[in-house]
Write a protein that binds this ligand. Structure first.
Ligand code: PLP
Length: 439
């Protein structure tokens, strides 16, 4: 078996006759030579295919009564919003920055849902100015602020309430958001969700449309969604009975996982969504409630496997008796996920794919911080040296969007590849850009 075969975890990866890793059909060596490193690559065809996979699965499960919203915090720049518009997707936004970018890209903002557990008065006004379709309300103070702003404008604002269904998805604490003890949303168990419904229903400039829950990240099967759907539908039935309120939207959030390494499972999206669809059908019948429009808001599973990061090796340092550090020209500034969560990644020697990988190394970033590592125990060829190229796979989600300028390091560009053509979607930040805000 070839050295690399196991590690080509997405169909858009291959190896050419020169032993170079190819991404979306293009030689990563040629891309690095043309655009420089560190470099974010994004496979546009893959993004579109992921959107379509959701829509096909949702159509089969829900007929016409569904909506797929791209959770744009996973990666937010104009080219992606244009793709979402063309693919007929809705979007989630969480800040004025995302709203501004989406609108500037020509995204139809009535298909945007505005999240965030602290929308300032300025955020609320800007979102209403931009014509954001729905606010996902997180707390009572926000409902009051929404009412005030909508009243001032003489409009009636669509709102759904973010509820916490009290489900621990058994993932990392830092990404488990659906439990009762959460900074997000109104807990059902404690009665806060009830208070929120009662409050929202008596606000004349708020049109309550339904409910939202988001249980976590890196979920690989339907189980946690089925439990969330049960709790949410029971609450919808309760709200109908107690307040006569008929929910027209149930948003079940995002969170479907992707494999980062060959050992990770690959979720079966069609199966997960069809199981959720079947459960919703049967529960709605049992509870005698009308089936609401079902929304999903995936982020990671739309863009993660469409991304790849290229780095150039700067040094190979062996500490005898301990380990070998391979330092690259990026790090926690373009990938904070290893430092934050210890996330696993597949890192490959992009120009030496045919070589035996006989050396085990830790990959270090370039920042002045010992925690700035990209991965530990990575197998690389013994010949790895300054000037070699490394490819980190599955970096389309929460990389560019979480990038920082720590150490005054400019952020890498994003290059989109479509039908064998590579084009800049975000240019490389310059040191002048970094100093541009300084007075
Ligand atoms: C982060 C988040 C998402 C997207 O999660 P993924 O794991 O990227 O699919 C969706 N909805 C809400 C409310 C979120 O906070």
């Amino acid at each position: 078996m070839k050295e690399f075969e196991n590690d080509l975890i997405c169909e858009n990866l291959s190896v050419n006759s020169e032993g170079h890793l190819c991404f979306a059909g293009l030689d990563t060596g040629a891309l690095a030579a043309k655009f420089g490193t560190p470099l974010y690559l994004m496979d546009e065809d893959r993004v579109r295919a992921n959107c379509r996979a959701y829509q096909t699965a949702a159509k089969a499960a829900f007929g016409k009564n569904y909506r797929i919203l791209y959770a744009s915090k996973a990666a937010s720049f104009k080219a992606l919003y244009r793709i979402m518009r063309e693919e007929g997707m809705g979007i989630d936004v969480v800040s004025q920055g995302e709203i501004f970018t989406a609108k500037a890209a020509g995204f139809p903002m009535e298909k945007a849902f505005f999240h965030s557990n602290n929308k300032t008065d300025a955020d609320i006004a800007a979102a209403m100015d931009a014509g954001v379709g729905y606010f996902v309300s997180d707390n009572l103070e926000e409902l009051a602020a929404l009412e005030k702003e909508a009243q001032k404008r003489g409009v009636c604002q669509n709102v759904i309430l973010r509820l916490t269904p009290g489900i621990d998805p058994h993932t990392y604490e830092a990404v488990a958001t659906g439990k009762v003890d959460s900074k997000f949303g109104f807990a059902i168990e404690t009665g806060l969700a009830d208070d929120a419904v009662a409050f929202a229903l008596q606000l004349p400039h708020i049109k309550l449309c339904g409910f939202h829950s988001h249980v976590g990240s890196q979920v690989f099967d339907s189980d946690v969604f089925l439990r969330a759907a049960d709790v949410m539908l029971a609450f919808i039935a309760h709200a109908k009975q107690k307040y006569g309120f008929v929910a027209s939207i149930l948003n079940l959030g995002g969170g479907i996982g992707v494999p980062y390494v060959a050992q990770n499972p690959k979720p079966d999206l069609a199966k997960i969504i069809s199981e959720i669809g079947a459960r919703i059908d049967s529960r709605c019948k049992e509870l005698a409630i009308a089936k609401p429009e079902i929304c999903f808001e995936p982020g990671r599973s739309i863009v993660a496997d469409a991304g790849l990061t290229l780095y150039t090796v700067g040094s190979v340092k062996t500490i005898p008796g301990y380990r070998t550090y391979v330092s690259v020209d990026g790090g926690m500034t373009d990938n904070i996920r290893y430092a934050l969560y210890g996330s696993s990644y597949t890192i490959l020697p992009a120009l030496k794919m045919g070589e035996e990988r006989g050396l085990t190394v830790d990959i270090a970033g370039r920042c002045c911080e010992s925690g700035d590592m990209l991965q530990r125990k990575v197998p690389l060829p013994r010949s790895i040296a300054r000037g070699d190229l490394l490819a980190c796979l599955t970096t389309g989600a929460y990389h560019y969007s979480m990038a920082s300028n720590y150490n005054r390091i400019p952020r890498p560009p994003v290059v989109m590849i479509r039908a064998g053509k590579a084009e800049l979607a975000v240019r490389r930040e310059t040191v002048e850009d970094l100093a541009a805000l300084d007075i």
